[in-house]
Write a protein that binds this ligand. Structure first.
Ligand SMILES: [Zn+2]
Length: 255
């Protein structure tokens, strides 16, 4: 069984010696560790090592990051540190870039739990969100700059998606579209990166959890003062709302 060491270790004759958090040390006969601490051991040994607090269980979360900008490097590093399996796709800005989701949903990556879209502007990346919707892959838009970040609602096929959030914001203030289009992503600070990583990990865990049938549809905003969460009601006319209700139900509701 494949485990990842979560402790200091040294190579000794015929194996490894591991230092547990409580001060004990363990000798692991016949084992070798890769440079980043991956070890192959029998399942029974893995269980004992886990109980001793010297290895982490694989988290088995798979996330794809689609980026129009280098700031997502921070996000990728943060997610990788949580042992999340990451696929990345940095889109080139040249016009005529016809690559699409096949880059991240090929044979090897059919089952990512969520696609994180990191657009250059606050209103960017909606084309990827649309591709995800058509492919049935959950997606979320993450955008940030120094001190400030947003994470859109999870677009997962149930009512309330990024498009709904965009429409709700524009309904509140028509200037939002112009503002959002001109807002360029800036350098993340460590606090913003950590907040986004936490939120993305929580979203991926929720999507992986098959007992969760409906996730809250919320638009999260991170400021220095804290966090604000805005509920995103499904907008009449959005494809996510229409796809849930059969036409006859809609007509009855209208009547
Ligand atoms: Zn929607």
């Amino acid at each position: 069984m494949h485990v990842e060491l979560d402790c200091p270790w040294v190579s000794v004759s015929g194996g490894l010696r591991l230092l547990a958090p409580d001060g004990r040390s363990f000798r692991l006969r016949g084992a070798t560790a890769s440079a980043d601490g991956h070890v192959e051991v029998p399942a029974k040994v893995a269980h004992h090592l886990y109980e001793a607090g010297v290895v982490t269980e694989p988290c088995d979360l798979r996330v794809a990051v689609v980026s129009d900008h280098g700031c997502s490097d921070d996000l990728v590093r943060g997610l990788t540190a949580r042992r999340i399996d990451i696929t990345t796709w940095v889109r080139t800005p040249e016009p005529g870039n016809t690559r699409d989701l096949r880059r991240i949903s090929g044979h090897a990556n059919l089952d990512v739990h969520v696609v994180v879209i990191c657009p250059r502007t606050l209103l960017g990346g909606r084309d990827v969100a649309e591709q995800c919707h058509r492919a049935g892959i959950p997606s979320v838009v993450a955008w940030g700059r120094h001190h400030w970040a947003v994470l859109g609602p999870i677009s997962d096929g149930s009512p309330g998606c990024q498009h709904c959030a965009d429409m709700a914001m524009a309904a509140r203030d028509p200037d939002w579209v112009t503002m959002a289009r001109s807002m360029k992503e800036g350098e993340y600070d460590p606090a913003v990166t950590e907040w986004l990583v936490n939120r993305i990990e929580r979203a991926a865990l929720s999507i992986r959890d098959s007992t969760v049938s409906r996730r809250p549809k919320t638009f999260h905003v991170r400021t220095i003062a804290g966090e604000r969460s805005i509920e995103v009601p499904a907008q009449p006319g959005c494809h996510c709302w229409l796809s849930e209700e059969p036409c006859s139900t809609l007509m009855r509701s209208a009547a």
